[in-house]
Design a protein around this ligand. Structure first.
Ligand SMILES: Cc1cc2nc3c(=O)[nH]c(=O)nc-3n(C[C@H](O)[C@H](O)[C@H](O)COP(=O)(O)O)c2cc1C
Length: 142
C-alpha cells in the first residue's frame, strides 16, 4: 500500500478537522496515512515519505506558528527536493497571505507543490469538510 504522512499544528482544532478529512480522503484512495502533530514528528521519520501534507493555521501576523511548527518546517524545508507536498490550514481575519508566502517557500525548495494550499476560514462547515476530503483524494492521485 502506498503511504503518506500529515504533519500539523492546531491550537483550537480547526486545522485538525481539516487534517482528519484530508486523511480520510487519502485513505479512501488507498493511501495508508500517518497523521502526526508536529511536536510528535521527527524530521527523519517524515522524510521517509514521498507524499507529505503540512497543516498550520495563520498565526503571528500572517505567519506559521512560531514555537513548534516554524522550527520544524525550517529544518525540513532544506530536504524536500522531489517530495510531493500539500499545504493546508485555517485562518481568521486575514486574507490568506500566510499561505501565499508558505507556497512560495515550498516552491523554492525543489519540492513538487500540489495545487494551491487549501485554506479555510475558521471552523470548516460541512461543505468545507467535504472540500478537505476531496483535496485528500486529489492529493492521492497526484
Ligand atoms: C496568536 C494568533 C495569531 C493569529 N494571527 C492570524 C493572522 O495573522 N491572520 C489570520 O487570518 N488569522 C490569524 N489568527 C486566527 C487563526 O488563524 C484562526 O483562529 C484559525 O482558525 C486557528 O486555527 P486552529 O484552530 O487550527 O488553531 C490568529 C490566531 C491567534 C491565536
Amino acid at each position: 500500500m502506498e503511504k503518506a504522512v500529515i504533519v500539523y499544528w492546531s491550537g483550537t482544532g480547526n486545522t485538525e478537522i481539516m487534517a482528519d478529512k484530508i486523511k480520510e480522503g487519502l485513505e479512501e484512495s488507498g493511501y495508508e496515512t500517518n497523521m502526526l502533530q508536529v511536536y510528535e514528528a521527527s524530521v527523519e521519520a517524515v522524510l521517509e515519505y514521498d507524499k507529505i501534507a503540512f497543516g498550520c493555521p495563520s498565526m503571528g501576523i500572517e505567519e506559521l506558528e512560531e514555537e513548534e511548527f516554524e522550527p520544524f518546517f525550517e529544518e525540513i524545508e532544506t530536504q524536500l527536493t522531489d517530495k510531493k507536498i500539500a499545504l493546508f490550514g485555517s485562518y481568521g481575519w486575514g486574507d490568506g497571505e500566510w499561505m501565499e508566502a508558505w507556497e512560495e517557500r515550498v516552491a523554492n525548495t525543489g519540492a513538487i507543490l500540489f495545487e494551491k494550499g487549501l485554506i479555510i476560514n475558521s471552523t470548516p462547515s460541512t461543505e468545507e469538510e467535504d472540500s478537505c476530503l476531496e483535496f485528500g483524494k486529489r492529493f492521492a492521485e497526484f
